[in-house]
Design a binder for this molecule. Structure first.
Ligand code: PMT
Length: 402
C-alpha cells in the first residue's frame, strides 16, 4: 500500500514529536518516500537531523532556505504528496489551518496541497477539550480532512486523560484507509456479529464452542476500512477492540438476539459471523453446582432462537449475510440455509479442513448468492476474506439501492 507513495510528514511542536520519528521510520520501511516538514518549535524538541537520517531527505523548515532553486519548496512538496500527514498536530497548527493562516513552511504547504490530509492531534487534555480547538478540528473535518482521535492515558504533563499520540500502527491503518481510497461503504451502517455464545450452566460453567471471533472482527475491520459506520456485537472479550468500530458485548444466544434485533433496523448491511449455540440448558443455577451433591448430572437442553432466521423474516432494506459452518456437503447445506433464512449472501466454510473455520487465522470459503451464483476461494487470511466480504456487501447494498 505504501510502496512508492510520496508522503509529506508535517511535524509540529508537541512533545510527541519524538514519536513521529517512529512513524517516519515505519512509513519508509513500508516503501514510502517520506519528506518531512518541521515547525521551528518541533525542531527544538527533536533535531531535524534525526528526521533527515530516517527519511533520507533534507528536512524542510524555513521558508527561504532554498531560494536558489526554482521548485519553490512548499509548492513542490504540496504537489508531490500522495498523502499529507500532520503528526503530532498541536492546537496551534490546527488553529492556523482552520483559520487559513499560512505563516511558516508547514502551514503554507498544507494550504497549497490538494492531497488528502491526515491530522493526528496530540496535546494536553484541557487543550484538547478546549471549545475553540474542538471547533477548529470540526472545521477541518468539514473541509474533508481526516482528524484522528487521540488516545487516552498518561500524558507528558504527568496527568491522565485524552490527548496521547496514537500508536504508530493505528496511524498507519488510518493512512492506509485514506490511500486505499475506495470508501466502498461510505455512509453505510454495517452490523457484524462475532465469537461464540456461552450458555450458562452455573456461574462458572457454560456450554460454548470453538469460535475465537477472528472472522467477525476481520469483517468489522474491513468494513471500517471501507469507511462504513460499524457496530460489532461480540460474544468474546479476548480480542482487542478494532479501532473506529463500536463494540457491544453479548454473552449468550438470547443476549445476542436482543442486540442484533435492537440494531437491525438502522443497519444497511448485516453479517452474522457469530457461532450461535443452537441449545441452552433449560435450567441454570445461580450457585456453583457442587460435585459432592451430585454423583451424576443431567443437563436438559432446549432450543435457542435462530437469530438469523428471525432477522431474515423481518428483512426490509438490509443486505443480510450469514455463514454456514459445515463438515460435509458444504455447498448443499449452505444453499439450504441461504433459502431457509432468507439471506442475500452466505459464506460457507468447511470447518473440518485444516486452515479453515474455528480459531485459526485463515479460512477457506465459498460465497453463495441469492439466485444461484457462487464464488469459491482458496485458503487465505481472515483479513483478506474480510476485505472480500466487505466488498461484496458494498456491491449488494449498491444494487439494492439502485
Ligand atoms: O470465530 P472464528 O474462530 O474466526 O471462526 C469463524 C467461524 C467458523 C465461527 C465463522 O466463519 C462461521 O462459520 N460462523 C458461523 C457459525 C455457525 O453458527 O454456523 P451455523 O451453520 O450453525 O449457522 C448458520 C448461520 O445462522 C450463521 O450465520 C449463524 O450465525 C446463524 N445462527 C445459527 C444458529 C442460531 N441459533 N442462530 C443463528 O443466527
Amino acid at each position: 500500500m505504501f510502496q512508492d507513495k510520496q508522503i509529506v510528514l508535517g511535524v509540529s511542536g508537541g512533545i510527541a514529536a519524538y514519536k513521529a520519528v517512529d512513524l517516519a521510520s515505519h512509513l519508509r520501511q513500508l516503501g514510502a518516500d517520506v519528506h518531512c516538514i518541521m515547525t521551528d518549535h518541533a525542531a527544538r524538541l527533536v533535531s531535524p537531523v534525526t528526521f533527515g537520517e530516517i527519511t533520507g531527505h533534507e528536512v524542510a523548515q524555513a521558508m527561504f532556505d532554498h531560494i536558489t532553486r526554482w521548485d519553490v519548496g512548499h509548492i513542490s512538496l504540496a504537489r508531490m504528496a500522495d498523502l499529507f500527514v500532520i503528526a503530532p498536530a498541536t492546537a496551534d497548527i490546527i488553529g492556523k489551518i482552520a483559520s487559513g493562516i499560512a505563516d511558516d513552511m508547514l502551514s503554507t504547504t498544507v494550504m497549497a496541497t490538494k492531497a488528502p490530509v491526515l491530522v493526528v492531534p496530540s496535546m494536553n487534555t484541557q487543550m484538547y477539550e478546549n471549545p475553540f480547538v474542538q471547533e477548529n478540528m470540526e472545521k477541518l473535518r468539514r473541509a474533508g480532512y481526516t482528524v484522528m482521535e487521540p488516545d487516552a492515558g498518561h500524558l507528558a504533563c504527568n496527568t491522565e486523560g485524552k490527548g496521547r499520540f496514537p500508536k504508530t500502527e493505528d496511524i498507519l491503518e488510518e493512512a492506509e484507509k485514506i490511500l486505499t481510497g475506495r470508501r466502498l461503504l461510505k455512509g453505510k451502517k454495517i452490523l457484524v456479529s462475532a465469537g461464540g455464545t456461552r450458555e450458562k450452566i452455573d456461574p462458572v460453567r457454560y456450554i460454548g464452542n470453538r469460535s475465537s471471533g477472528r472472522m467477525g472482527y476481520a469483517i468489522a475491520r474491513a468494513a471500517y476500512m471501507e469507511d462504513a459506520e460499524v457496530v460489532l456485537v461480540s460474544c468474546t472479550r479476548d480480542l482487542p477492540e478494532p479501532r473506529g468500530v463500536t463494540v457491544v458485548y453479548a454473552e449468550d444466544a438470547r443476549g445476542l438476539d436482543a442486540e442484533m434485533n435492537r440494531l437491525y433496523d438502522g443497519a444497511d448491511g448485516v453479517i452474522m459471523a457469530a457461532a450461535v449455540s443452537d441449545y441452552r440448558p433449560s435450567v441454570s443455577s445461580d450457585r456453583k453446582i457442587k460435585k459432592e451433591d451430585h454423583s451424576s448430572l443431567d443437563i436438559r437442553l432446549e432450543l435457542n432462537p435462530d437469530i438469523l432466521r428471525g432477522l431474515g423474516a423481518r428483512k426490509s432494506h438490509q443486505f443480510l449475510v450469514g455463514f454456514a459452518a459445515e463438515t460435509n456437503d458444504v455447498i448443499a447445506h449452505g444453499k439450504e440455509k441461504l433459502e431457509r433464512k432468507n439471506l442475500d449472501m452466505l459464506i460457507a466454510n468447511d470447518v473440518s479442513q485444516p486452515g479453515a473455520g474455528f480459531n485459526v487465522s485463515t479460512n477457506i470459503a465459498s460465497i453463495l448468492y441469492r439466485g444461484g451464483k457462487m464464488e469459491q476461494f482458496p485458503i487465505m487470511s481472515k483479513d483478506e476474506l474480510g476485505r472480500i466480504i466487505a466488498e461484496r456487501v458494498a456491491e449488494g447494498i449498491k444494487k439494492g439501492s439502485c
